[in-house]
Write a protein that binds this ligand. Structure first.
Ligand code: V47
Length: 382
């Protein structure tokens, strides 16, 4: 757990929901919450009280500090053997709109926007039927040669398991090759919802929940840090969400390898599930708060502004979140699914969102070391 600091929350806990009282007592005593507590938090009508508790924990861990980073997304291909109902990004090989970058193109994409002195490349893509592991190794090696100071956060557990199967290697062998090429850590995607009943409908072509967790365990045991996500707001129920969060908490007890949890709201547009409604603001805010409260061993909860909108993400900073993600130059996955947020924000815009929420902006690198800027370059305080 991250370093403990005194809370700056101004008021004592108050609620009109008696079911929250014993949960509040446990939160204030720093005790772990149960699955049943999680269900009560999801179902309480007093969302402000749930948020107060999450904010209390957030301030105990981080005070007013709110993190952001300067990053660039690179999606080398959208061609994918899977046909997940949750996804508007993937295309079958040969379909209109499918693309695969040549290596030079991917490196050029990385360079565009580099004037912002990015500290992280976030690389994820489709499960391409023909690209060998060597393509991805060369991609990463080329990036490291060109941008040696930039942290490479690349490939979800789903992609890593797919690379391994295609290359007929074990997951460990695959991870070793990725590390040798220059991968520094992994993003949290592909976790979706672990419950098999839901997974079989929204992403039946992906590895199952236990394989995702096993792959993360192996990566952590090799010293990699990673993030974790949960896709909510589709056909899952409260029990599925609690189950997902507690499975992550239990793996984190084992490995300590997760840095940040990112709840991702489902965007239905242009997906086979486009009859479903979008999540509402209060659902998003409550999800941030419940995540902060149940995931007591995760240092950070991220309000991913690209998905939440900058306005909701800003409010989330008082409901448990301590991180806004980054400048995110060129986001594709959400924009293919109808997101209307901008494709990037500047450092100045992120700092303004954070400051106006009464928080202190701290630029971080991927591993949460503070970054100091000098003109158009940066220094990382380790
Ligand atoms: O795994 C796909 C989700 C994820 C849709 O680790 C969708 O720092 C909503 O994981 N509606 C990729 N969600 C994004 C991701 C991520 C984002 C930001 C930061 C980090 C990090 C990781 O996006 C996928 C899937 O869960 N997704 N399609 C959709 N239509």
């Amino acid at each position: 757990m991250a370093e403990s600091r005194p809370s700056t929350s101004p008021r004592a806990f108050q609620t009109g929901d008696p079911g929250l009282e014993p949960i509040a007592a446990r939160v204030m005593a720093g005790e772990r919450l149960s699955a049943d507590d999680g269900l009560k938090l999801y179902r309480s009508r007093d969302v402000l009280a749930v948020g107060w508790l999450a904010n209390h924990v957030r301030e105990r861990l981080h005070g007013d500090v709110t993190y952001f980073n300067v990053n660039r997304h690179i999606n080398p291909t959208n061609v994918c053997v899977a046909a997940c109902k949750l996804c508007a990004f993937g295309r079958k090989k040969g379909d209109a709109g499918g693309y695969t970058m040549a290596l030079e193109e991917a490196w050029d994409t990385a360079a565009s926007g580099y004037s912002e002195a990015v500290t992280e490349f976030h690389i994820v893509g489709g499960l391409h039927p023909d690209l060998p592991l060597e393509f991805f190794l060369d991609l990463v090696k080329g990036l490291k040669q060109r941008f040696p100071r930039v942290h490479i956060k690349a490939f979800t557990m789903v992609e890593i398991a797919f690379f391994a199967r295609r290359a007929r290697l074990s997951i460990q062998e695959t991870l070793l090759k990725l590390r040798e090429a220059g991968v520094d850590s992994m993003p949290g995607g592909g976790a979706e919802i672990f419950a098999a009943r839901v997974r079989s409908i929204i992403c039946d072509h992906k590895i199952d929940g236990s394989e995702w967790l096993d792959t993360a365990r192996l990566a952590h045991n090799m010293g990699f840090k990673s993030n974790a996500t949960m896709l909510y707001g589709h056909i899952e129920n409260d029990e599925d969400r609690v189950d997902h969060l507690l499975k992550l908490r239990s793996l984190q007890d084992e490995t300590g390898g997760f840095q940040t949890f990112i709840p991702l709201a489902f965007h239905p547009e242009h997906t086979p599930l486009d009859h479903l409604p979008m999540t509402t603001g209060l659902t998003d805010i409550r999800q941030i708060a419940v995540s902060r409260l149940l995931l007591d061993n995760f240092p950070h909860i991220k309000a991913y502004w690209q998905m939440l909108t900058p306005k909701i993400a800003q409010i989330a900073l008082r409901f448990g979140a301590d991180d806004l993600d980054g400048t995110v130059i060129e986001e594709k996955i959400y924009h293919d699914a109808g997101a209307t947020t901008p494709q990037g924000l500047t450092r100045r815009e992120l700092c303004r969102l954070i400051s106006e929420a009464g928080r202190t902006p701290v630029e971080r690198d991927t591993l949460y070391h503070p970054v100091q800027r000098t003109e158009d370059s940066f220094v990382v305080a380790v």
